[in-house]
Design a protein around this ligand. Structure first.
Ligand SMILES: *Cc1c(COP(=O)(O)O)cnc(C)c1O
Length: 408
């Protein structure tokens, strides 16, 4: 999208002021609320209650206490000395892999479970693809004392059997969705349907910074703690600000959570890293920002992967968490105004970066943030001696079956 410099500057200023998303839920040209008429009142009510929630000191204090005592926040900022020597740059990693349940997704799930209680919902529904958001939702709902139903594509249930067991162990009901593509897209449709059938009693706990307004904003507000902590920890441990910040982008929640605190710092270069899969061809990757076009999916207008007939493209990535044909509207805006640059790393590059992080840091990252590690290394080699902050969104234990297949 070609945007005049003055317009780009005005949109960034509006974003930093909190004027975006606007009253229609738009981040500039992106976002909005493309949902069935029956859901509009529920979405408006959710937005109103979420704004009340964030303005309520007692509610925020209770959430912060749960973040500390149950999630284990603040997560550490680790100086990566092995990578530093190998890359010729100062490397710091923000350790969301050490958050309860092993990834950043719990920040969102816990916050929305608290919101569900305030809305007076009697039960929670969630969608899940690989199962990570389902596990986080099941755990957060158990903690909050709310029954939780997770919709999951029948095909995904076969592929991710251990996570199905984890969700059930945590007390969630897992419903197989045996229609459509039998994966995340069909599961999302079912979760929306369950919400439409009882918008007051049901709370829909959406898993990334996507969907109709207010979700992209709500999820960002719950994930921005990552960047706020990292900014403060960096200033304390290293002094000043990083030169560059990297995070992987699936739907975009961990990335927007890390980026947000740095958007106003002109000196900080920010990079989102998408799944380059096996190549640039249609259906070979999940790079919605790098290779997509604007369109509507799951309730919002953003960058998407679809073919010339308007059909959503079947995406491909070695990392289940990045394997999604869309991306949150705030990232589409940040790309359009040139504030964040979006790169990609291939399956093989992610595997290589993951192995290096294991070997040099004694940290097994998830395959998703391994994409960010690879891109950061490339950048470090072109910009020697700089200070780099990388969001390590989750741990790689869940990826052991994939790793065993590829690394032996
Ligand atoms: C789900 C997941 C992602 C991708 O989701 P975002 O919303 O883009 O953050 C990234 N990393 C890990 C570890 C995940 O589980």
């Amino acid at each position: 999208m070609n945007m005049p410099e003055s317009e780009a500057r005005a949109l960034l200023a509006a974003l930093l002021n909190g004027d975006l998303p606007d009253g229609d839920g738009r981040f500039g040209p992106f976002g909005g609320r493309f949902a069935p008429e029956t859901l509009m009142p529920a979405l408006s009510r959710l937005e109103r209650k979420a704004r009340e929630f964030f303005a309520n000191n007692d509610a925020c204090r209770a959430l912060n206490e749960e973040r500390r005592a149950w999630i284990g926040r603040p997560t550490p900022l680790t100086s990566a000395l092995g990578l530093e020597r190998a890359w010729g740059a100062e490397v710091w990693i923000k350790r969301e892999d050490l958050a309860h349940t092993g990834a950043h997704k719990i920040n969102n799930a816990l916050g929305q479970a608290h919101l569900a209680l305030r809305l007076g919902a009697s039960r929670v529904v969630a969608e899940t693809g690989a199962g990570q958001h389902g596990v986080a939702s099941a755990a957060a709902c158990a903690r909050a004392g709310l029954p939780c139903t997770v919709y999951m594509g029948a095909l995904d249930m076969e592929r991710q059997a251990p996570n199905v067991q984890r969700m059930r162990q945590l007390g969630a009901e897992v419903v197989a969705v045996d229609k459509g593509d039998r994966t995340l897209r069909a599961a999302t449709d079912e979760a929306f349907r369950a919400w439409v059938s009882d918008p007051e009693g049901v709370y829909y706990l959406l898993g990334s910074a996507v969907g109709p307004h207010p979700y992209p904003w709500l999820v960002r507000e719950l994930q921005k703690v990552i960047g706020e902590e990292a900014r403060e920890q960096f200033a304390e441990a290293a002094g000043g600000l990083p030169d560059a910040v990297f995070a992987c982008v699936g739907g975009g929640s961990n990335a927007i959570g890390l980026f947000h605190a740095f958007l106003g710092d002109e000196a900080v270069a920010i990079f989102g890293v998408e799944a380059g899969g096996t190549g640039p061809g249609e259906g070979q990757n999940a790079a919605s920002l790098g290779a997509g076009k604007p369109g509507v999916l799951h309730g919002s207008y953003s960058m998407l992967l679809y073919d010339d007939d308007g059909q959503i493209v079947e995406t491909a990535s070695i990392s289940a968490g990045l394997d999604y044909p869309g991306v949150g509207p705030e990232h589409a805006l940040l790309q359009a105004i040139g504030r964040v640059e979006y790169l990609s790393a291939s399956d093989d590059q992610a595997l290589e970066a993951l192995a290096e992080c294991c070997r040099l840091e004694g940290i097994l990252p998830a395959l998703e943030p391994a994409h960010a590690l690879f891109a950061a290394r490339q950048w470090a080699r072109q910009n020697p001696g700089k200070r780099i902050l990388i969001g390590l969104s989750g741990r790689g234990d869940k990826d052991m079956p994939t790793l065993t297949r590829h690394l032996t």
